[in-house]
Design a protein around this ligand. Structure first.
Ligand SMILES: Nc1nc2c(ncn2[C@@H]2O[C@H](COP(=O)(O)OP(=O)(O)O)[C@@H](O)[C@H]2O)c(=O)[nH]1
Ligand SMILES: [Mg+2]
Ligand SMILES: [Zn+2]
Length: 297
């Protein structure tokens, strides 16, 4: 049978097929598995055999259209966050907690690399003072100027949620964000079911919510899906190399004018990106580019 993995907790997968749910394990042991800390992820289409009415065994993963990969800090292997998605919603928060722009920029670059359109929302706008909102608007402008959708919302107070739902409608969206930014709160607002299941499952495995490898797909009320992922504070790229990073910056269009063909736009002479600082290229974005570049080995 063929089905869609809608939830993964450790080595246990929930597979949906013809509107029925099956609990499945994975049998496959192909060579690919060695590079990945998790061979299967929510969003995967899989072929599986039934053991009984409710349980099955996954034989193989069908080819993915895309997947978002980070490097696992534990074993340096690839950790797939989700697969087969249209867009990534980067959920940030200006206060409690403060999301670093460096993290947002890393999520954007990763999304572009894996052919996923990035969108940014700043949640918890209800808790900001007018002065803070003004500061946030300046940040939002940075992204809007390079044609990346960025908006502010309040999941708790229902502010601008309709605007967001319009963006999510009919799409498969991956949620990215630090923990505590309001992913679960948002999902409860826009999806057909509340996410109480997360708690049930993590208590079953006896592991804390934070440490369980976990992703789950929720259906949005008005159509479309969102994939919840464990919040992570920071992450490292798995397969993006130094020379590719610049192509993930839409505003670096003038890179062809650099003196050196292999310019990394760090401190090379005649660098057109450095000459564009404060004009086409925002300095904060550029500084984060340098910091992300230095992390890549
Ligand atoms: N003030 C405010 N608090 C929020 C908002 N959305 C979520 N929170 C709070 O932020 C905390 C973390 O939210 P949660 O949804 O669990 O975050 P997650 O870790 O990203 O899933 C909870 O105490 C929420 O009530 C919001 O729009 N405004
Ligand atoms: Mg959560
Ligand atoms: Zn350059």
């Amino acid at each position: 049978m063929i089905g869609l993995v809608i939830k993964s907790v450790g080595n246990l997968y929930t597979v949906k097929s013809d509107n029925l749910l099956y609990k499945c394990n994975y049998r496959g042991k192909n060579k690919l598995d060695n590079n990945f800390s998790n061979p299967i992820v929510s969003g995967d289409e899989v072929e599986f055999d039934l053991i009984d009415k409710e349980n099955g065994i996954i034989d193989r993963v069908l080819e993915r259209t895309n997947c978002f990969i980070k490097r696992s800090l534990k074993d340096k292997k690839a950790h797939i966050i989700a697969s087969n998605v249209d867009q990534a919603l980067i959920i940030a928060s200006f206060k409690n907690p403060y999301t670093k722009l460096n993290f947002i920029d890393k999520c954007i670059a990763g999304s572009f690399y894996y052919n996923i359109s990035p969108i940014i929302v700043f949640n918890k706008v209800d808790s900001l003072s007018n002065r803070e909102i003004k500061k946030l608007d300046d940040i939002i402008k940075i992204y809007n100027e390079i044609n990346i959708k960025a908006l502010k919302i309040s999941a708790k107070k229902n502010l601008y949620i309709e605007e967001l739902e319009y963006i999510l409608k009919g799409k498969k969206t991956l949620l990215l964000g630090n923990s505590g930014v309001g992913k679960s709160t948002l999902i409860n607002k826009i999806s057909k079911v509340s996410n109480q299941k997360t708690d049930v499952l993590s208590s079953k495995t006896g592991r804390g919510k934070q440490t369980t490898t976990f992703s789950e797909i929720f259906e949005i009320d008005i159509s479309g899906t969102v994939t919840d992922t464990p919040g992570f504070k920071d992450f490292y790229f798995f397969d993006i190399d130094k020379s590719s990073l610049q192509f993930l910056y839409p505003e670096f269009k003038m890179r062809d004018k650099c003196k050196f063909k292999n310019c990394l736009h760090k401190d090379e002479p005649g660098c057109s990106i450095k000459e564009s600082l404060g004009i086409e290229v925002n300095e904060k974005r550029y500084n984060n580019y340098l910091s992300i570049l230095s992390e890549i080995t």
